[in-house]
Ligand binder design. Structure first.
Ligand SMILES: *[C@@H]1O[C@H](CO)[C@@H](O)[C@H](O)[C@H]1NC(C)=O
Length: 314
């Protein structure tokens, strides 16, 4: 008799298991079988934290509007003490996106454009009450987890040397368990199809809802190593760090992404946590969650304090 491999890590704290079960329940309740989301129900769980001008954990936050006609804005995080690093984070858009019909092709490019437009805005605009002279936008990093990792990749392609910025240079991409896929069923998708935190039934549903009508999972938004990989090969792609969890069914696609970058001569790093499931970093009680923070910090420092004159700073 063959032994079924485990689909979730051993020794997971009870609290984490409980929260994951609740999260799965919520996600499966707001997803409808016709490919739409029950937004009224979701808004009960999808609360927006307010920005704070008083330092919270030594960080001040404010929201900056980029384009009111489409409610595109981002949250700015500024360390209250001497500025060393500033994180620009693109917050999810609200408002107009809700009114778009589901499964519209425009959905996709809109979200990638939003991220790119925020970079162009930062490159060109003086932000009220924030001195850009203190921030080195020639060393900008893009970061995203899960679907955000997918977004960050596509924004990085747009923000490469295909576009001429003023000062802005994207030098690093932090892809935390990026959400990629394809028509093929990989070994990890089959083995972990009923995996903890993310199942194959869920990923199929997300792709079906997200991708334009009439396309399949080999669409370039999902299968980045497919037909349009040449777009990445041709550009000066930022140094990339990819985080992979051994209990995440998406891991085969993420490893292929890293290998694809390496094969194309790009600077790429792969960090694997064998006991981690999709979204593990949301749980500070897991040791891998602090390992990840340290790796990200080291990656940024390596790229920022490396000897000058090397190519990625050009
Ligand atoms: C999907 O189902 C919901 C709830 O039954 C319904 O309100 C909505 O109109 C449906 N949408 C589409 C596009 O079929």
């Amino acid at each position: 008799m063959t032994k079924t491999p485990p689909t979730s890590p051993p020794d997971l704290p009870c609290k984490v298991r409980l929260l994951l079960s609740l999260l799965t329940l919520v996600i499966n309740t707001v997803r409808r079988s016709n490919g739409t989301i029950n937004r009224r129900l979701m808004s009960l769980f999808d609360l927006k934290a307010s920005p704070s001008s008083k330092p919270n954990n030594r960080v001040k936050t404010s929201d900056v509007m980029v384009d009111p006609t489409r409610n595109l804005w981002f949250r700015l995080y500024v360390p209250a003490a001497a500025i060393t690093t500033t994180t620009f984070r693109r917050a999810p858009r609200r408002g107009r996106l809700r009114q778009l019909p589901p499964r519209s092709g425009a959905y996709l490019s809109l979200q990638y454009e939003d991220g790119f437009d925020v970079l162009k805005f930062i490159d060109q605009t003086t932000i009220d009450g924030f001195d850009l002279n203190n921030v080195d936008i020639t060393r900008c990093f893009l970061a995203g987890d899960s679907a955000g990792g997918n977004l960050a990749h596509h924004v990085a392609v747009k923000a490469s040397d295909l576009h001429e910025f003023g000062k802005m240079r994207v030098v690093g991409l932090i892809a935390i368990q990026p959400f990629f896929g394809g028509k093929e069923r990989t070994e990890s998708e089959t083995r972990l199809s009923k995996g903890l935190a993310l199942s194959l039934e869920q990923t199929d549903w997300y792709w079906k809802t997200f991708l334009p009508e009439g396309s399949d999972r080999d669409h370039a938004a999902a299968n980045v190593l497919g037909k349009e990989w040449k777009d990445v090969l041709g550009v000066k792609f930022p140094a990339t760090i990819v985080f992979v969890g051994g209990f995440d069914l998406l891991q085969d696609w993420q490893r292929r992404y890293y290998e694809g970058l390496k094969k194309s001569g790009k600077e790429a790093y792969l960090i694997e946590y064998p006991n981690s499931f999709h979204g593990f970093y949301a749980f500070p009680e897991l040791k891998e969650s602090s390992f990840l923070v340290k790796e990200v910090r080291d990656f940024i420092e390596k790229l920022c304090y490396a000897p000058s004159g090397i190519s990625f700073l050009i």
